[in-house]
Write a protein that binds this ligand. Structure first.
Ligand SMILES: O[C@H]1[C@H](O)[C@@H](O)[C@H](O)[C@@H](O)[C@H]1O
Ligand SMILES: [Fe+2]
Ligand SMILES: [Fe+2]
Length: 302
């Protein structure tokens, strides 16, 4: 009798679980209201210890990212002649890396990559290129790793912005740009600066960091990922454009198309950040198969 009741109960629970997971599939990814610290996402004014670190980060980032600095680093790291390693080897290095610019997450970066990719995979099961994009979009943070680039945080992470033209007031902690030598340079501080209307984002130099670096790595290793994937990787930290709508005057038609995918991507990049762990070993074979599909060689040049 007892056994029967237990069994019936179990059946009930199972049915509920099935219903819940069906609902989840229908509803798709639900955007959470609070980050893992209990604050609203991307609240750069919240009072907390972490926020103080973030502010300090942006003070340096905005002061030191000049046009000349970016040009030098882009040329140097664009040679991709430092290391040869597979994407998975790079992921393992990211296990030791925490991003000091991020007000929403203090987990190792591999967690963030898997959380982003798995959230996309649930809602867009057929867009395997977008799963891989989610999985590799932040790999450029390897520049922080002591055994690799060893660059300071201000030269790797944080929101990005164009250099060579006026810094828009929608960039987070815009006030720190006053410390940047380019702020008072009349060649660089007008609306268009050294660029022109609709010149295409490809011709606009962005502050140096993990986005542009990973774009260069993917491109120079002849990835077959579509143009939208490369655009996402390259501009995912460009919140002034994709969230505030600034700098649109530089976009060409292809940028306009690609921006639609970046908007989709951003939801998962930002809101999947949580303390819920993904089982790495379980999903590893899937991502390895995507890497093989979209990268012609197993070892990449970094
Ligand atoms: O990965 C980074 C990072 O987490 C930053 O805090 C954020 O500002 C960037 O936009 C993002 O790409
Ligand atoms: Fe990023
Ligand atoms: Fe990210």
């Amino acid at each position: 009798m007892t056994i029967l009741v237990d069994h019936a109960d179990l059946l009930g629970i199972e049915a509920e679980l099935k219903k819940a997971s069906k609902n989840e599939k229908e509803v798709g990814f639900v955007v959470p209201q609070r980050n893992s610290f209990g604050h609203a996402f991307r609240d750069y004014d919240a009072e907390s210890e972490r926020q103080k670190g973030v502010m300090n980060f942006y003070r340096k980032n905005h002061s030191y990212q000049t046009y000349d600095f970016v040009k030098r680093l882009r040329e140097e790291y664009g040679k991709v002649n430092r290391v040869e390693m597979s994407i998975w080897e790079c992921c393992e290095l990211l296990n030791d890396v925490v991003d000091e610019s991020d007000p929403d997450l203090d987990e190792p970066q591999l967690e963030h990559l898997l959380q982003t990719a798995e959230a996309i995979r649930r809602d867009y099961p057929n867009e395997d290129w977008l799963h891989l994009t989610g999985f590799i979009h932040d790999l450029g943070k390897v520049l922080l790793h002591p055994s690799f680039g060893g660059l300071p945080q201000w030269a790797v992470v944080g929101d990005t912005f164009p250099v060579g033209c006026r810094f828009d007031s929608s960039v987070v902690h815009h006030e720190y740009f006053k410390e940047n030598p380019d702020y008072n340079n009349c060649i660089y501080n007008s609306k268009y600066g050294i660029y022109s209307e609709k010149c295409g984002l490809n011709n606009v130099m962005m502050s140096w960091g993990h986005d542009d670096y990973m774009y260069l790595v993917a491109k120079k290793n002849n990835t077959t990922l579509p143009s939208a994937a490369l655009f996402i990787i390259r501009y995912h930290s460009f919140y002034a454009l994709h969230t505030a709508g600034a700098y649109k005057h530089f976009m060409n038609d292809e940028d306009v198309e690609n921006l639609k995918w970046l908007h989709i991507f951003n939801k998962y990049d930002l809101y999947s950040k949580s303390k819920v762990r993904v089982d790495v070993e379980k999903v590893k074979p899937y991502y390895l198969s995507l890497i093989e599909k979209y990268f012609p060689t197993a070892k990449l040049k970094w």
